[in-house]
Design a protein. Structure first.
Length: 394
């Protein structure tokens, strides 16, 4: 009886984390739409304040010329968009290339202290009331700044998360296929989270904040964008979502490079849970705590444990002839793992097989959590990380 209860509890946690939560908040938002006459969204009419666009670039000489061209083409009223590149620690030609463009302000110092430190330094050197952060290896759509700033017309909006899109290479490599699929689902969840109350954390590829709400990030923070945006939400503001503002990023060059990135993020997730422990107080933060735990905490903590516990529990139940439902579930798990490991085999050869995207990437994400936890416990994940190699967007 205890084995059965543990099996079904494990199944419920896994299902809720990856499917059930999305269904639940979609259903709540659907009902809200029926019974509420409020109009979704915020008016964008002529809300075009001065904006600082801060781009962190460390040794990005392969991307920087394209990034500068893309940045200078952004559609925003002349004189209201101020562009800053911070290239701290770069020892290639990145600072020189940026400095050759008089329209851009360059911040540079020889010492490399990590992205969080660079953001802290840059925020002290700009005066604009709204700040947009993005990475040097991403390309923004022309309307990006207008779209990501528009929600600030509402005074309760403290930060806005942009959309991240993965460039799918013509070769259809496994890394781009799996990563792209993951971010499509994440985009759906962000849209539903924003409609319910607030986006649960922003991605550093593209996000923005009210400058007055920026809280300096401690040295050693791994996923600084996530911590910063949720701290703003904890102050009573909401993090909105602007799918019309997107950063296009090439996929990791290989599945090994993608694993490097995933493990780092997972290590940062454990660190963030400690730093944001106040968010576990659902009596204080209500819906925000519910979203945070459901969307983020479960993925980064107990769900991978319950996922891999399901198989041995299922084996015990089958050996004890608990019923046909357990025979079928074991067969389903066996098939899923076979497909997943077959996907792993092809992914390591940089070959994508569409039928294997879901099982492989799902297992890949959950295994990365254990590797990330090991790094977190050992204190081996530095903020001065060796960034994952990525394809170049044509």
């Amino acid at each position: 009886m205890i084995i059965k209860l543990l099996f079904w509890f494990s199944f419920f946690i896994v299902f809720y984390t990856y499917i059930g939560y999305g269904i639940l908040i979609w259903g709540i938002n659907f009902l809200k739409g029926i019974f509420s006459k409020a109009v979704d969204g915020i008016s964008q009419d002529k809300f075009e304040p001065e904006v600082a666009l801060i781009i962190a670039a460390f040794n990005e000489e392969d991307y920087i010329a394209d990034k500068i061209k893309n940045t200078l083409e952004l559609d925003y009223p002349k004189g209201k968009l101020h562009v800053y590149f911070i290239t701290d620690g770069s020892n290639d030609s990145t600072p020189a290339i940026v400095a050759s463009h008089p329209q851009i302000t360059l911040f540079h110092q020889p010492e490399r202290r990590g992205k969080a430190a660079a953001m802290n330094r840059a925020i002290q050197l700009v005066n604009e009331p709204f700040v947009v952060f993005c990475d040097a290896n991403t390309m923004l759509n022309l309307e990006c700044i207008k779209e990501i700033i528009a929600p600030y017309a509402h005074p309760k909006v403290g930060a806005v998360a942009g959309e991240k899109k993965i460039f799918q290479s013509a070769a259809g490599k496994a890394a781009s296929a799996g990563e792209g699929l993951y971010w499509k689902y994440e985009s759906f969840l962000k849209k539903q989270d924003a409609r319910l109350y607030s986006v649960v954390g922003a991605a550093g590829e593209l996000f923005s904040v009210r400058r007055e709400l920026y809280q300096p990030i401690e040295t050693g923070v791994i996923i600084e964008d996530f911590v910063l945006s949720l701290r703003i939400a904890m102050k009573g503001y909401v993090v909105q979502y602007a799918p019309g503002a997107y950063a296009m990023e090439a996929a990791s060059a290989s599945i090994k490079e993608e694993q490097k990135r995933k493990v780092r993020i997972c290590a940062g997730g454990f660190q963030a849970m400690v730093m944001l422990k106040g968010l576990f107080n659902i009596f204080r933060y209500g819906v925000l705590s519910f979203q945070y735990i459901s969307h983020r905490v479960l993925r980064w903590s107990v769900t991978p444990v319950f996922l891999f516990l399901l198989f041995p529990l299922n084996l015990v139940l089958v050996f004890n002839r608990a019923g046909i439902i357990y025979d079928l579930s074991l067969a389903g798990q066996l098939l899923f793992y076979i497909l997943g490991f077959t996907g792993w085999y092809y992914a390591n050869r940089n070959v994508s097989v569409k039928a294997l995207y879901v099982p492989y990437y799902f297992l890949f994400m959950n295994i990365s959590v254990f590797a990330g936890f090991k790094r977190f416990i050992g204190g081996k994940q530095t903020v001065l990380w060796d960034k994952a190699a990525r394809e170049k967007i044509a």
